[in-house]
Write a protein that binds this ligand. Structure first.
Ligand code: HEM
Ligand SMILES: *[C@@H]1O[C@H](CO)[C@@H](O)[C@H](O)[C@H]1NC(C)=O
Ligand SMILES: *[C@@H]1O[C@H](CO)[C@@H](O)[C@H](O)[C@H]1NC(C)=O
Ligand SMILES: *[C@@H]1O[C@H](CO)[C@@H](O)[C@H](O)[C@H]1NC(C)=O
Ligand SMILES: *[C@@H]1O[C@H](CO)[C@@H](O)[C@H](O)[C@H]1NC(C)=O
Ligand SMILES: *[C@@H]1O[C@H](CO)[C@@H](O)[C@H](O)[C@H]1NC(C)=O
Length: 358
């Protein structure tokens, strides 16, 4: 008699445990996550990104960077897209953090993608997945590798300017600091070298380069790890005492395509940022042999870039019932509701005004 309830209890326990386990395996990202709910999502993202990049080829680089700057702060949860708000919760946007301010691009493109995706499948695809898909599509359109993008991320309901300032590495950091910034996100030295290869395209402002050209580490001299011909060229583009807002291509020969020239450039002291050149010029560093491998073998670079992009895309993801799927990428849904309500109220009051004047 007494064994029956025990068995029932044991069964319940088994069901609960398996329920939890199967929930957690459901909570993994999966490239076919939108197979039934938004089967065409990749094509929609691709069409918008392709359209925009025809007029603005740099946008491919900007979109890859946006995904990186999202993932290093509270995980890949589209926190970077949230704007400043006071209500219903206070959000201090990451967009004004030092590494992002006057620097990140593509926020409007993400909104364009979201609008196109919402039209096809309303309320289904997260802004975090849109950022991840846009990064992969940008790699392909930039001549880089393709990969199956794990999907099913949910959007966060908060942002952190503080963590954006803390977690995103500076172009003036030592190699050890770069390594620890990546290690803090679960990314190792190979990931650091492979992902830095994203600096194979796009632009940087002179402000991040000038000290290397005129007064490196307050030595009164240029950075000794900078090729002298390249130095003269960069001085032409970034005058001493200039505003710092001039743009320089990361790469001389193929400024808008993804290839392994970034690594060959490092071998001849033609890395643009201090943080780039350190990967090769730090004496005795374990990154040197990785740079050599990628410089000699583009397939090896592509294979590692792919793997590291997927790894980066998995950082701190919210899945299942965590977070939400934002309706508008710049606001949490509670804020969007508040804004919708406000627009309904203002429409009603203008109708009332019309009625009373009638
Ligand atoms: C290793 C540490 C890194 C540092 C210190 C760093 C720093 C920078 C800086 C200073 C710029 C120029 C920003 C400006 O001029 O406003 C830049 C641009 C860029 N970064 Fe990085 N970055 C790093 C890693 C990465 C990673 C991991 C990726 C992507 C996987 C990435 C992708 C890009 C791209 C594509 C651009 C050009 C963006 C454009 O033209 O709009 N960076 N980075
Ligand atoms: C998928 O999206 C692309 C790009 O927007 C469009 O050309 C195509 O017709 C769509 N296919 C389906 C089945 O909806
Ligand atoms: C892309 O550009 C084509 C041609 O200009 C246009 O017909 C199409 O509507 C655009 N698609 C999107 C999603 O913007
Ligand atoms: C969000 O903030 C950005 C500036 O960071 C601004 O350009 C954009 O218009 C804002 N978006 C909305 C929907 O208010
Ligand atoms: C970095 O991590 C990848 C797997 O994510 C692994 O294959 C690789 O060997 C690791 N590299 C180092 C230097 O630890
Ligand atoms: C380099 O920077 C240091 C510290 O700011 C300054 O004292 C020195 O005069 C500068 N040298 C040159 C040549 O600009």
């Amino acid at each position: 008699m007494r064994s029956i309830p025990v068995t029932v209890a044991a069964l319940c326990y088994v069901v609960v445990v398996f329920g939890v386990l199967s929930f957690s395996s459901n909570a993994e990202l999966d490239p076919s996550f939108y197979k039934n709910t938004c089967p065409n999502v990749s094509s929609i993202v691709r069409e918008v990104v392709r359209n925009v990049s025809k007029k603005d080829p740099r946008m491919l680089a900007s979109l890859i960077r946006l995904h990186f700057h999202d993932c290093f702060v509270l995980g890949c949860d589209a926190s970077i897209l949230l704007n400043n708000t006071d209500t219903p919760t206070k959000i201090e946007s990451e967009q004004q953090a030092a590494p992002n301010d006057n620097s990140i691009r593509g926020l409007d493109v993400v909104n364009q993608i979201k609008t196109a995706v919402e039209k096809a499948c309303p309320g289904v695809v997260s802004c975090a997945d849109i950022l991840t898909l846009a990064a992969e599509i940008s790699s392909v359109l930039g001549g880089g590798p393709d990969w199956k993008v794990p999907l099913g991320r949910r959007d966060g309901v908060t942002a952190s300017r503080t963590l954006a300032n803390q977690n995103l590495p500076s172009p003036f950091s030592s190699l050890d600091k770069l390594k620890s910034a990546f290690a803090a996100q679960g990314l190792n030295t190979t990931d650091l070298v492979a992902l830095s290869g994203a600096h194979t395209f796009g632009r940087a402002r002179c402000t991040f380069v000038t000290s290397r050209l005129y007064n490196f580490s307050n030595s009164g001299k240029p950075d000794p790890t900078l090729d002298t011909t390249y130095l003269q060229q960069l001085r032409g583009q970034c005058p001493n005492g200039g505003s710092g807002n001039n743009l320089v291509n990361f790469e001389l020969t193929s400024p808008d395509t993804i290839d392994n020239d970034y690594y060959s450039n490092l071998k001849v002291k033609k890395g643009l940022l201090q943080s780039d050149q350190e990967l090769f010029s730090t004496s005795g560093a374990d990154t040197i042999s990785i740079v050599n491998t990628f410089a000699n073998n583009q397939d090896a670079f592509f294979a590692n870039f792919k793997a590291s992009m997927i790894k980066m895309g998995n950082i701190g993801v919210k899945t299942g019932k965590d977070g939400e799927v934002r309706k508008q990428c710049n606001f949490i849904n509670k804020k969007s509701a508040e804004l919708d309500l406000a627009s309904v109220v203002s429409k009603e009051s203008s109708q009332e005004a019309m009625v009373s004047s009638f």
